[in-house]
Design a protein around this ligand. Structure first.
Ligand code: FNR
Length: 362
């Protein structure tokens, strides 16, 4: 049953990304171009520090799959792509392994193919500490992701209906986990109070996992035959809105994921305060549609292009992108207004610009 569900998710997600017209809220975030801001591309470093470790890139393969023969093969190819491009990778939910240890290989392959990479295990918010340890041990994981997916669960006929224990469980896991804890949404977004709560609970990274990419409400609705849940497909906050909402929450790092379509979306995410960016559906669609070599080529190309975007913007590091001027328009600007966020301040925050302005208007 679980194996079939995992295979279904892959099929539906690939279909969604193949049919995707591509518009999402990242289109409402534009860099203000300063024609003299550019630096030398050789002076750009894409390296970031995450959970106390250096990542060579601010890009990772986000949680997707495992638990069946087919998804084990997908994990193997994703792991090879991660190894060949030097980017971190997360496992899909390991619940199937807790129920049936015979599927261990479909997850273990992530470490076997990528012995020196940064690998993240993935559990749900009701996982016991013993399960968390088993997940980390199986993958020799460098970090553990806990996914929050209440909206997905309610659309699944067989889904959970009891979410009240999640905060207590997260606190418990975070207090005892032997590796850094990342809490992530699966496409409906994390709000500012949620991220502040996670910070207070000791969570190392919050992955905002916003709306705009793979849509799990739609996937589960398409899978069910009984009651129609299509009204819920637009639930949640988009990834740029989440990042703006969470700006200034200190003491916890942010990952951006949900609807990343291009290196420009990575740059936008970093400019909105993320320290790294996760991609799931877009990579899966490339892998399933065009093969592992095409995925490797795409990731390499994205990293080259991200470096070039940073070069034009004068951002020597990913953190420097968070000082670039941004024009925030459309639904994201409306979100900011309703949440009391000063969207206009993002349009004139660049140190380069402000310095020149001061000199020309002493
Ligand atoms: C996912 N995602 C996911 N997340 C998670 O924490 N545990 C999981 O088991 C899965 N499973 C899964 C399967 C498939 C086929 C996809 C495409 C995605 C969610 C994923 O990590 C991410 O949060 C969302 O997909 C949004 O990012 P994209 O797809 O828009 O880049």
């Amino acid at each position: 049953m679980t194996g079939n569900r995992k295979d279904d998710h892959v099929r539906h997600a690939v279909d969604q990304h193949r049919d995707n017209t591509g518009a999402n809220d990242f289109d409402s975030v534009t860099f203000l171009h300063h024609a003299l801001a550019g630096i030398d591309s050789a002076d750009v470093s894409l390296a970031v520090e995450v959970a106390g470790k250096r990542w060579e890139t601010p890009l990772f393969v986000n949680a997707m799959t495992g638990g069946s023969l087919h998804t084990g093969e997908i994990n193997r190819q994703l792991a090879i792509a991660a190894r060949e491009t030097g980017i971190p990778i997360a496992s899909g939910s390991m619940s199937a392994y807790f129920r049936d240890s015979s599927v261990a290989d479909s997850y273990r392959v992530l470490r076997q193919e990528n012995p020196h990479g940064f690998v993240m295990a993935n559990v749900n918010a009701t996982a016991t500490l013993d399960q968390v340890h088993r997940a980390i041990d199986l993958l020799e994981a460098d970090a553990i992701q806990i996914h929050l997916n209440s909206v997905q669960e309610i659309v699944m006929p067989e889904g959970d209906r009891a979410f009240g224990s999640w905060p207590r469980r997260i606190e418990h896991i975070t207090a005892h986990a032997p590796v850094p804890v990342i809490v992530k949404e699966v496409g409906f977004g994390l709000s500012r109070p949620t991220v502040a709560w996670l910070r207070d609970a000791g969570v190392t990274v919050a992955d905002v996992g916003g709306r705009g990419g793979t849509n799990f409400a739609r996937i589960e609705n398409d899978r069910r035959t009984a009651a129609n849940f299509s009204f819920i497909e637009n639930w949640g906050q988009s990834t740029p809105s989440c990042l703006l909402d969470c700006a200034g929450v200190t003491g916890i790092d942010l990952f951006a994921s949900g609807g990343i379509r291009s290196p420009l979306d990575i740059a936008r995410s970093l400019a909105l305060g993320a320290c790294a960016t996760g991609v799931a559906g877009r990579f899966l669609e490339t892998l399933v549609g065009r093969g592992a070599a095409a995925l490797v080529e795409m990731i390499r190309e994205w990293l080259v292009q991200l470096r070039l975007i940073s070069t034009v913007l004068g951002a020597a590091t990913p953190a420097d992108l968070a000082g670039c001027d941004l024009l925030i328009t459309g639904d994201v600007a409306t979100f900011c207004r309703l949440r009391g966020i000063d969207a206009a301040s993002y349009a004139h925050r660049s140190p380069w610009w402000n310095e020149s302005e001061r000199r020309s208007h002493p």
